[in-house]
Design a protein around this ligand. Structure first.
Ligand code: PEP
Ligand code: MG
Length: 579
């Protein structure tokens, strides 16, 4: 009998294939005492396991198929870097010496301490870094326990066109599986911000995460359908369902081919209004893909990725080199560098700051202003990079203009210092702010009066307006970009920018969702920044929209629509669009 299970669709596409279930047990680690005379042997056993893990990861990295996004190699490099990190290697050795315990137990104690630290973080992305730690530690534990690798693709089974079902997948496994030609995958756990979800999007492998019960209800080897857009997995489908999804699969292939042809065209509405489409990047390597999609520069460079998976933050020189690398790759197009947006735990190390509400705590600019040893090198590196191309600096999480003035006065001091040191910088580098706190949206005019541009961060704006943690599974259902309060704050920000003659962009996920493109165009937005994979979809909508006719419809929608009817009104706004 056919059975349908739902989860979160994280990578669009439809796959039909045989289920391949990855069964694995949890790692059980027991404590045992190691007599002092054997302690050095135990430490040597631990170091050998770390070395084996390194060899395994290097082999995975070296086998990444040619033409795959560089991103993937850097995910594995991140895991490799962890093997050199004192927190994962030196600390367990210290624990072994201090407690006279076995390597597995020492590693488990250190893992628990690190995970504890990561769980306190308020930043959704950083919190998912806990998965990296688990992936690396589990790999070492398997080697120590001689239980063999649980790499999903390591057992030699032919996985061509299989749909893999697992509790969770490591980024390394995801790469190997893609290499083996799987059609799609679904996991019981994980969220849309996990590395595995990001990888599935960049490899364009259809994927569903958070499909609870999938390994219990689906039988190994049975035919299943996976819809990565709707987040649905259908087991044992009947002929009619199969025929319908095959038709949709063909449509998807045609849609992708159509979109690929759009890359060389400009984004311009049917009434000739040009729209700027920029890319959001996390790593310098992402620029390549953004250029292939013809993005007009980078609208959001999330610099926190530079600070991750290490104990010491990068110094000014390292940051400068990194920004220069991105700038060179952009070849004259603008680069918007967002200053550090890290969470409540500043160094991800032992000196973590704990607080009850990390999302409302010391994050982003608040943390930077409190810890100038973190902020100064970044400001200097950004300013120095500005001498070499169109760099723009963007400040996250501002909630009042005092914070803004503090940052502006720091920038002034940095400029004076650089001048004294005869180091070049652009005196007119553009400075902007993210509008992502409701207080900032409500007072956007005050921010616009002192800045060169604004950019709406809808991910946080929605979280803070609706008082829901964006990564809390229990309240995820309340996360609604179309809540009238959110829409009014967006509109207020766009209007404030227009009145002040200051450009307003949007760089939250909403900007890359084609369902909202017409709504945003009708609100007056003409600068969108998004992950490069959604650029052509949004462009397709723009090139088939007429702003003059959208404006009155959107006004009507904003001011005269009952909250429950907004989604239906948006559907009707999009009704003539073909995919
Ligand atoms: C946002 O909040 O919308 C945003 C773009 O920033 P981040 O997702 O990095 O918090
Ligand atoms: Mg944000």
């Amino acid at each position: 009998m056919s059975l349908s299970l739902s989860g979160i669709g994280v990578s669009r596409g439809i796959a039909i294939g045989k289920a391949h279930i990855i069964v694995r047990g949890s790692i059980e680690v027991l404590e045992s005492a190691i007599p002092e005379q054997h302690q050095e042997d135990e430490i040597a056993r631990f170091l050998a396991a770390v070395e084996t893990a390194r060899i395994q990861l290097k082999s995975i990295r070296d086998n990444i198929p040619a033409g795959t996004s560089i991103n993937i190699a850097s995910f594995i490099d991140t895991n490799l870097l962890m093997l050199d990190d004192a927190t994962l290697v030196d600390v367990p050795i210290k624990i072994m010496r201090k407690h006279g315990c076995n390597a597995e137990w020492a590693l488990k104690l250190q893992r628990d301490a690190l995970v504890d630290v990561f769980e306190q973080m308020d930043d959704a992305y950083l919190r998912t870094r806990k998965d990296d730690i688990d992936h690396v530690i589990n790999r070492i534990q398997h080697i120590l326990l001689e239980t063999g690798s649980e790499d999903a693709a390591g057992d030699g089974i032919n996985l061509e066109n299989a749909i893999v079902l697992a509790d969770n997948l490591t980024p390394a496994e995801t790469v190997l599986l893609a290499h083996q030609g799987i059609a799609a995958f679904a996991t019981e756990f994980g969220g849309p911000l996990s590395h595995t979800a990001i990888l599935s999007r960049s490899m364009q492998t259809p994927a569903v995460v958070g499909a609870h019960g999938i390994q219990t209800w689906v039988r190994d080897g049975e035919t299943i359908i996976l819809d990565g857009l709707q987040g649905v997995v259908i087991a044992d489908p009947d002929e009619q369902t199969l025929a319908w999804y095959r038709m949709r699969q063909d449509e998807e292939v045609r849609r992708r081919a159509r979109l690929a042809r759009l890359a060389g065209e400009p984004a311009v509405t049917t009434d000739n209004v040009p729209v700027t489409l920029m890319a959001n990047i996390e790593l310098p390597e992402d620029v390549q893909a953004a250029s292939t999609e013809n993005a007009i520069g980078v609208g959001l460079y999330r610099t926190e990725f530079l600070f991750m998976n290490r104990l010491e933050p990068p110094d000014e020189e390292e940051q400068f080199n990194c920004y220069m690398q991105v700038l060179d790759a952009l070849d004259g197009q603008p680069l918007t560098i967002r200053t550090l947006d890290i969470g409540a735990d500043k160094h991800a190390g032992a000196d973590a700051i704990r607080c009850n509400n990390p999302a409302l705590g010391l994050r982003a600019v608040r943390l930077c202003l409190k810890d100038l040893s973190l902020f100064r090198p970044q400001l200097r590196a950004i300013l120095r990079a500005s001498a070499h191309g169109p760099v723009r600096m963007m400040i996250p999480m501002l909630s009042n203009t005092q914070e803004l003035h503090q940052v502006l006065s720091l920038v002034k001091n940095m400029r004076n210092a650089l001048q004294r040191e005869s180091l070049a910088f652009a005196p007119d580098m553009l400075i902007g702010a993210m509008i992502e706190v409701p207080a900032a949206a409500l007072t956007a005019a005050d921010f616009a009066a002192h800045l060169d541009f604004l950019s709406i961060g809808t991910n946080d704006l929605i979280q803070y307006t609706l008082a829901i943690d964006r990564v809390d599974e229990d309240v995820n259902y309340l996360y609604d970009p179309l809540h009238p309060a959110v829409l009014h704050l967006i509109k207020m920000t766009i209007d404030s920018g227009r009145d002040a003659g200051v450009p307003v962009a949007m760089c939250g996920e909403m900007a890359g969702d084609p369902r909202y493109t017409r709504l945003l165009l009708g609100m007056g937005l003409n600068e969108f920044s998004m992950h490069h994979t959604t650029l052509q979809e949004v462009k397709h909508v723009i090139n088939n929209s007429n702003i003059a006719s959208l404006r009155p419809l959107v006004d009507e929608l904003l001011y005269n629509t009952k909250p429950g009817q907004i989604r239906a009104r948006i559907d009707s706004l999009n009704s003539d669009l073909t995919e």
